[in-house]
Design a protein around this ligand. Structure first.
Ligand code: B12
Length: 221
């Protein structure tokens, strides 16, 4: 497999929270032609190891914070910007995006935002720990095609459902497609939430949104 030794080193360096080493190896990977998306997936494998070590009580909250700082450092590398950048000024759709109430994780949300912007969506990012009323207000104000809800903690399923219920109560549920994102989501939780789709991966989420925009253009939306 291409880059397998480099990937293993990267995963180990992330797992051990060696910030300088991760950034050095990530720059090397990009220089050697690794696709930025492949690099992100590799770093994510290391993040999962950090998560496991936290569950085992080998790592603590400070280590999760450090993992977040390292990931953001990689996202900020010069070679990463191209996946988050589009030369095309013409927007194909508008998205309101935020992490639901009770959840402060924003790395996955930011990656989704970057991929969406690179695919010519206008994204209105409303931040993290966003109350349902704010989502309703932002949908009313901005009339987006899509509402993206991020939730990384498993218990955010309830907060996501509350947002969809609030849209329904406000009479605007049918005005917007809702996509929920997070590694723990399944077909069953997505149906429980009342979303139109879910994605465990930002890239898959973008594909779904692109399909929605194409269907809307054909008048099927
Ligand atoms: C870094 C980190 C933190 C950082 C976050 C920093 C930041 N700026 O985001 C900090 C320190 C804040 C943190 C805090 C906590 N964390 Co934390 N954290 C992590 C860690 C290590 C990595 C998360 C991450 O960024 N992953 C990388 C990104 C790219 O992956 P992602 O978030 O899943 O996003 C991808 C997809 O989900 C998807 N996606 C995400 N959003 C969206 C949205 C849409 C619309 C779409 C389509 C797709 C999409 O696309 C992304 C890319 O493909 C994970 C471990 C792990 N396994 O992931 C634990 C983890 C998520 N944390 C956990 C916990 C328990 C906590 C705390 C409760 C700890 C505590 N006791 O305080 C707090 C909660 C604080 C809060 N209220 O939110 C648990 C969650 C367990 C659970 N079952 O819910 C995990 C799994 C660790 C573990 N194994 O125990 N954490």
């Amino acid at each position: 497999m291409a880059y397998s030794a480099l990937k293993e080193k990267l995963i180990a360096a992330v797992t051990e929270l060696e910030e300088d080493e991760v950034l050095k190896l990530a720059e090397k990977a990009l220089r050697e032609g690794m696709e930025p998306v492949e690099l992100l997936k590799t770093i994510n494998l290391g993040m999962h190891n950090v998560g496991k070590l936290y569950e085992e009580k080998t790592y603590f909250i400070a280590d999760l914070i450090m993992a977040g700082i390292i990931f953001k450092g990689v996202l900020g590398l010069k070679g990463m910007q191209e996946v988050f950048y589009s030369k095309d000024q013409k927007k194909i759709g508008r998205v309101v995006l935020g992490t639901v109430a009770g959840d402060l994780h924003d790395i996955g949300k930011d990656i989704f935002r970057g991929f969406m912007e690179a695919n010519n969506f206008e994204v209105i990012d409303v931040g993290v720990d966003v109350p349902k009323d704010v989502f309703v207000r932002k949908v009313r104000e901005n009339k987006p095609d899509i509402l993206g809800l991020s939730g990384i903690l498993t218990y955010t399923v309830e907060a996501m459902k509350e947002v969809v219920d609030a849209l329904m109560e406000a009479g605007i549920r049918d005005s917007v497609k809702v996509i929920v994102g997070g590694g723990h989501l399944t077909d069953a939780t997505s149906r429980y939430i009342g979303a139109d789709a879910y994605a465990n991966d930002a890239f898959d989420g973008v594909k779904i949104c692109l399909q929605w925009m194409q269907a809307a253009k054909r008048g099927e939306g």
